[in-house]
Structures are given as C-alpha cells and as structure tokens.
Design a protein around this ligand. Sequence first.
Ligand code: PXG
Length: 439
Amino acid sequence: MATTERADLEAFWMPFTANRQFKAHPRLLARAEGMHYWTEDGREVLDGVAGLWCVNAGHGRKEITEAVSKQLATMEYAPPFQMGHPPGFELAARLVKLAPGDVDHVFFTNSGSEAVDTALKIAIAYHRLRGEASRQRLIGREKGYHGVGFGGTSVGGMVNNRKFFGTMLPGVDHLRHTHDLEHNAFSRGVPEWGAHLADDLERLVALHDASTIAAVIVEPVAGSAGVLLPPKGYLQRLRSICDKHGILLIFDEVITGFGRLGAPFGAQYFDVLPDMITSAKALTNGAIPMGAVFVRKHIYDAFMKGPENAIELFHGYTYSAHPTACAAGLAVQDIYEREGLLTRGAKLAKTFEDAVHSLRELPRVIDIRNLGLVAGIELEPRPGAPAARAYEIFVKAFEKGILIRTTGDTIALSPPLIVEPAHIDQLVTTLRELIKEVS
Ligand code: PXG
C-alpha cells in the first residue's frame, strides 16, 4: 500500500490485532454475501468462521436489512428503563421458546462480554436475595474465554487476556481445563476420557467452602482457546456437583448458541440444564450488536419479591433491547426457523467430521477436534515461536481465498450454518495444501 493509504489506517487502534503488522500488510473486507466475503480489490474469500463465529445464517440476508431499515425508520431508539417497546418483548418471548427446560426469561445486553458480566452479577444478587450473601466467589476454568469485562476477564482462563491487567476481581478461582492430547488426540466428537476432571469443583469446594461460592461458568465447548470439547459426561458431572452444593451453573454459549452444535443451544445438545445461559453473536447473525442472558424460572422468581414499585435488579444498559437489534434478532429467528438452520449442523456434522479428519496424516498436525459445525486443527508449535505456524497459515489461507481463525497453533473452523459440502471441501483442500507447504 502507498504511504498515504497506510496513514489512513493509523487512527484505528484495532482490537485483538497485531496493529503494526496489520497496518503494514492490511487485509480489508469490503462486501459479503452468502458464504463469501469480497476484499477491497474484488477477491472472493470463502468464510470458514462465520465472520467471528456469529454469521450463522450467512451474509447479506435481505430479510435482516429490511427489518432493521424499517425499525430505524419507525423508531430508532426507545429508553429501556421504566419504558418498553414491542420488539423487545416479542424477541424475548420468541427466544425463550427456543431455550431448554424452564429457562423462561431473557435479559438483553449488547455483547457477549456484557452478557457474562450481567450473569455473574445476577448470580451474586440471587444468593443475597435468598439470604446467602456469603456466596460471592466465582469459578471459571483454565483456558476459558468469557469476554473482556472485569468479570469475564477474571473468570476467563487464557493467560494473555489476564496477565496485563493486574489482579482483576478478588474471590475468583478456576477449574482445571479439559484439554488432554495424551488421552484424547484425534477423538471424533466428544472425547471418552476425562469426565472426572469435573471433580476439580469438589477440590475448590473443599478449599473455599460451598457457602462462599456463587457460580461456576464454563463454555460447553471452549471456542477462543481452540475448540476444546467437554469429555463425555463432564458437563453432567459438573451439573450434579453444583446441585449438591447449591452453586449456580452458567453456560457461556456465545459461540455454541444458535445452532453451532446442531441444536439451538449446547445445553440441549448435551442435555444438561444450566441455571443461566449467556449468548450474543448469532443471536442477530452479527448484523447488529446484541447479547442476552437467559435465566431459569427460579432465578427470575427470586428477584420478583418485595414491593411492586421496587426495581428488582439495579442493572441494565442504555442499549438493552435496542429496537434495531431486536428487529434484527426477530428477522434472524425467522430465517433460522424457516430454513431449519439451528439443527442443520446435526445433518452436516458427519460430512464435516470426515472432511476435517482427512487432514490427520499431514505433517505437524497433532490433534483434530470436531463437534457439529465447529472444528479445531492443532499444529505442533515452532520451537521458540508459539502461534507463528498457524498465523502464517491464516495469512496464506486468506490469500488463497479462505477465511479461517487461528488461536495459538490451533486452526478453528466454524462456517455459517448454510454451508454446503462443496464449501467444506474447499476449506479442507486449501488447508491441506497450506499445512503441507508451511513448515
Ligand atoms: N463468551 C464467549 C464464549 C465468547 O466466545 C465472549 C464471551 C465475548 O463476546 P463479545 O461479544 O463481547 O466479544 C465471546 C466472544 C476468537 C474470538 O478467539 C472469540 C470471541 C471474541 C473474539 C475472538 O475467535 N468470542
């Protein structure tokens, strides 16, 4: 790029990005439709990650554009505190129908990070309202990602996301992660080994005492850390230990929500009912920022006590249930329903699994993990240069016309749920060439 053009990129401090490297070699996307992006110079790029795990219905959906435009023209904003508007109630009612068990209320936020911090605050307030104010401790898991708020950063378990920011919240502890290549490399679907790792919660209960613990938060499938699957029976075991000790269980489904695993939520896929579910991303197909916390009846009911004129939860955002986001959400839910997208992943899972596992014999591939329409391909790190090999593949993949995501030395794939076998083939064929080429 010419210097002047490069200077145009300077002011934007880009998130989770190597700014100087990017600005020297930018990758700019200009347009998107269906399964593809197009670069500024008109190159077609197949989207292997649904944007950033969010564009589950594919790009450029006219129904969403129309619904959003109509909402903007009708009423661009309405205050959410002590006031309401129809799309907010419609979307919440629609969403709880999709949710598992007695999950029957939704609190709206603007992102996954806000959903996580909201859920953690609800957990602490819930115990206090029930006379157990000592339950303030929050438990996350090593390698977990729960966004970038103070709460989410604190319960998160990826070292780079934490180490720069000091001590964060006090009273937080972490379960051991479940990633184990020695026992589980190249498992297809959930690995057989490791349900006992959930017993680590008993260790933390023995250390801190249950009376100090408010909630445990985990991703049913950890996304950001590189598609880490729960061992068979692990989530069930976590649920029963939480029940035994009166600890709330939160599933962070910002990635697994809305069809990624072949069911509306991971909770349904794994048949484990958490007390709260955090979501965002595919809730609006990524078109307008929005997050949501789904809660079970007993959580909501615990707050609906005392004088009727009292505000039950002193928490909310100026843009909670933003009308435009709600309009997008409603249009997206229509698409998901009409096209059966929330269960489409189950039908394609085997094709996807076979395709990604065909990379198994390539040099430096040390693990392949998959479930529904998400997969991780882990490469051996270069000595002394962790993440460099995968990053090089990411850059070359983009040049060869596929968008993937890498984290550490793991390549993550999570295509839009409208993906066809030919797209899966293109993703895997390109990756095969690159894994061979990049040493
Ligand atoms: N929880 C989970 C499980 C997530 O995956 C968040 C919370 C935060 O959502 P917001 O909307 O605040 O970004 C996420 C977000 C990656 C990557 O490594 C994943 C996310 C964000 C950025 C990068 O692929 N997930």
